[in-house]
Design a protein. Sequence first.
Length: 202
Amino acid sequence: MSKLQARSRAEVAAWAVTHQICPSDVCTSEVCTSEVCTDRPDPEGSPMNRVVTGYDDAGGPAIISQGPPPTVIHAGRYVTTELWVTDRTPPRITTSDPSARPWDLEPPPGGTCFRIVEIAPEGAADGRDLDDAEHESFQQAHATATLDYVTVLSGQVTLVVGGSEVTLGPGDSVVQQPGVPHDWLNRSTERAVLAGVLLSAR
C-alpha cells in the first residue's frame, strides 16, 4: 500500500484540494470529498466544468476558459450540453466561444460539434422547448448529415436502427454513419449520459 493510500479521508481530501487534482489511485465516491474530484458521480443537474486551451496575449500556451458551458438545451427526453463547435476543417484556433451560438442539431457544413447528451427514462421527460421544430424533429427516429462518434458514459441506452436494437452501457461506443435513421431509447430507470462528436458530411 502506498503512503497516499494509507492516508485518512480528510488527508486525501486536503491533498486533492491543495494540488487541484483528484488522487485517482485511492479515490472513490466514499473516500474523496474534494470539490475537485472528477471520479465520483456528479449529482444530477450539477454544472460541468469545461476547460478550453489556446494561446495568451503573449503567444504562450494557456488555459483561456474554464467553467460551465454556456449552452444547455432541454428538449423533451434530451438534455444536450454543447461543449464546442467548429465551422470548418481544418479548425482554427479562436479566443471566442463558438458553442455560445444559436444551437443546431448538426454542426455547420464542414464543421464539428462536441456535446454531452443526457437521455431521461421513458416517460420522465419534462417536455420543455418542444415548441421548436428543430427540437421536436429528433424525438423519434431521425437521420443527420453527420458522422457521429458516441460513447456511453453512464446509464443504459438502447440504439434502434431499422428493425435492429442493441442495448449499450458505460464504455460502449457507436459509429453512426451519415444519413442512417436511428433512435435512442432509455428503457431503464436512471438517466443515460452520452458523449458525442458529430462531423459534418456536408
